[in-house]
Structure formats: C-alpha cells, structure tokens
Design a protein around this ligand. Sequence first.
Ligand code: UDP
Length: 455
Amino acid sequence: MSHNAHCLILPYPIQGHINPMLQFSKRLQSKNVKITIAATKFFLKTMQELSTPVSIEAISDGYDDGGIGQAESFAAYITRFKEVGSNTLSQLIETLTTRGYPVNCIVYDPFLPWAVEVAKKYGLASAAFFTQSCAVDNIYYHVHNGVLKLPPTEVDEEISIPGLVTIESSDVPSFVSTPESARALEMLVNQFSNLENIDWVLINSFYELEKEVIDWMSKLYPIKTIGPTIPSIYLDKRLPDDKEYGLSIFKPMTNECPNWLNHQPISSVVYVSFGSLTKLEPEQMEELAWGLKSSNKNFLWVVRSTEESKLPNNFLEELASEKGLVVSWCLQLQVLEHKSIGCFLTHCGWNSTLEAISLGVPMVAMPQWSDQPTNAKLVEDVWGMGVRAKQDEKGILRREVIEECIRRVMEEEKGKIITENAKKWKELARKAVDEGGSSDRNIEEFVSKLVTISY
Ligand code: UDP
C-alpha cells in the first residue's frame, strides 16, 4: 500500500509516554500515514507481548541491558541517550530510506530535544509531542523564560500565570517546587529550548478542556491539540483494525478484573491505581488500605509487584477478600469503562486523568509528584470532576481523609454535581476526537500539511 507520508515516532521510553504516542500513531495510520516507532532496545526487551499494527524499530540509549536503571545518574542517562540515540536514530533513518521507506517527519518526545538536530540533518519536518497537559507545559514554559522563580518561597504563595487560574505553591509540579529535582526540571524546561525551529507542537489534550491556556500558548508556538489519545475501541467510533490495547511493560491480569467487576453493583466500586512509576511510602500504603476498608466500598486496587510488600499484614487474606480485588496490573481502560466503577482514586498522572475524563469517571485525586499536583488542581477546581485529598504536615494522606473523599464523590450532594460534570467532559472528549471535532480537525490539518512535504 502506498502511503501519503512517513512519520518516525520517537518516544521517551516510559509507559506513560509511549502509550499516547502509540495511540496517536494509530490515528495517523488510519489516515494513510506510514508509521515507524523508534523504541530503545531495553524498553523493547521489557515489553509484554501485545501486538500492535504499527512497525517498531530499535534504537539505543546507550544502556541496552538496563535502561535508565543502568545509568549512574539521571543526568548521565540523558547525556548518553543524546550521544548514542542521535547516531542510532540517524542510522535508522538511513536504513528506512534504503528499504524504500524514506521518512519525512520526526514526531519526537520533547524530553529528547536533540531529535530536532537529527531531523534538520536530513531535511525532515519535526513535531514535538507533549505528553503533559497544556497547563503543565505552560508552567514549565514560564520557568524556561524566567518568569516563574524557584522554588516558591511560601507554602501557600499564590502564583499567577497567563492562561491559568491562580494556583498555589502546592499546585505546581513537584520538580518546580523541590530544589533537589534540579536535573529533572532542567530536562522539562529544555523541552522549550529549540521549539522555534520546529514545524508543530502537538499536545495530548483537547481544546474544549484547556481553551484559555491553549489560546495563550498558541500565540507562541504552532500548537495542535490531538487528544485524548484513547484507543478508539473505547470511543463511539472505532477505527478499522483497532483491536489491541497498547504496549505494556507489565503483564495485565486480563480476565480477573472484568469477571470480578461483572459481579458488583452499578457505580459501586472504587478503582485505585498510581500508574506505572509512583512508589508509595509504606505508611501511606497502610493509611490507604485502612481508608478503603473504612469507606466500606468495594474496591479494585492495582498494586504493582514491587509495591506489594508494603501492604499491611494479612490485608490480602482478610480485608481484600471481603470487599476487594488486588491485582498487579490491569487493562485500565477496560476497568474504567465498566459500569460497576463509581470512582477512580488516582495519582492524577496525565494519561490516567485523560482516561477518566474520556470515560466519565469521577476522581479522588491523590497526587504524589511530577505534574500530578497541577492535574489534581484542575480536576477539582476547574473541571469539577473530583476532589483532591489533602496531605497532613508529614505529607501523608490519612485514612479518615481518604474515606471522607471517597464518600463525598460517591455519596453526597457534591457527588451528584461531580457525576454530572463527568458526563459533560466525557461527551466533550469524545466529540473532540470524533470526525470533525477539534482534535480530529487538527490531525487532518497536520496530515494534509505533511503530505505536501516532499521526501
Ligand atoms: N495503566 C494500565 N494498567 C494499570 C495501571 C495503569 O494500563 O493497572 C496505564 C494507564 O491506563 C495509563 C498509564 O498506565 O495509560 C499510566 O500513565 P499515567 O500518565 O497515568 O501515569 P504514570 O505511569 O506515567 O505515572
């Protein structure tokens, strides 16, 4: 089959970045764009076998046997990835050309800004793909241009940034508020280092969700929102051949969850997950376990195998067997879509937040780090789709707070408003990616411009 264009997709090799880029790739492919994903050798080794309809090729980050875990520091990883990655990505572009599939655009994760230099070397177009919300991108932009000074001096200091509601110090991403994350912050701020030289800035969000901030940032950069990047099998209109879920580094327990959920009443279950990276303090894990128990709700809790030893003694045998199911990984969208789910107790990773929005599931936000505090602020105060559980002075969310938040979302008057808002956002998210919706139009425009670029 002849294609209109060929995009080489370069994700940063973590679950939360590769998933949205894969889903976006599938949308492009449905519009007759050839896709090649360049994933690191180590990431490919760790991936569970889930088929994908797009082709994947290996590049090297210089740590083929252990990925970032093999590097002596985060800074060393990023430096070596740039060095080795630039070379192996170049080799891949040349190999694809030799095979008769020349590339005409690199869609890269801005955690890896050196991809722009590779694109320029071969005269290719380039598009940055931001996997965070536009609000969070805007905060990092304001650190980049020196307007947001670090770290905020007072705990409750109010921060005004154009395009955003007023936020407090506790709402900014943790990398901004904690000086010890300087290297990570440098990488996040560097996302903006060479955007002047690129053709598009793609953001995994949708216009209706973040209008003001998108309008503001669009004055600076050629922004196109293309989300939510939910597989079409969970939306109203299914893309041809969109069967599989995605790529996962963890093995999902496929049948346990739907089998168990099928036996629970409608909207009765709290789904609990902290995504692929977040580690809870053992004390926090214990508070959460008791908070779930005292809420007296049914629960489905994803506890990754590396976190399991932090569960209270006998929790699995006694408490979980009565009211809950604990799994090491699940197909999250399949769970969120289930009619028995009444609320999502989430760390507010951006993918999880967008997935809850797209499937209309009210949230209890338990942000831990990274961009999660900002996402939690938006969930509660801007989109009215949940409540944010507040930590004590030790940074722990206590069991009474967790219990109360679950009850507020699932039982009381406030819960009704949250549920109505959840329905509204679900509708708007689906419209955005449906034919003629804001994100669909942006993807169409991206593709029609792409095909005019000779290669
Ligand atoms: N996820 C999943 N099964 C699980 C837990 C999470 O498939 O049991 C997926 C979830 O659907 C989301 C991703 O893992 O797409 C997590 O991304 P997010 O940005 O929410 O958090 P991160 O892992 O980056 O902290």
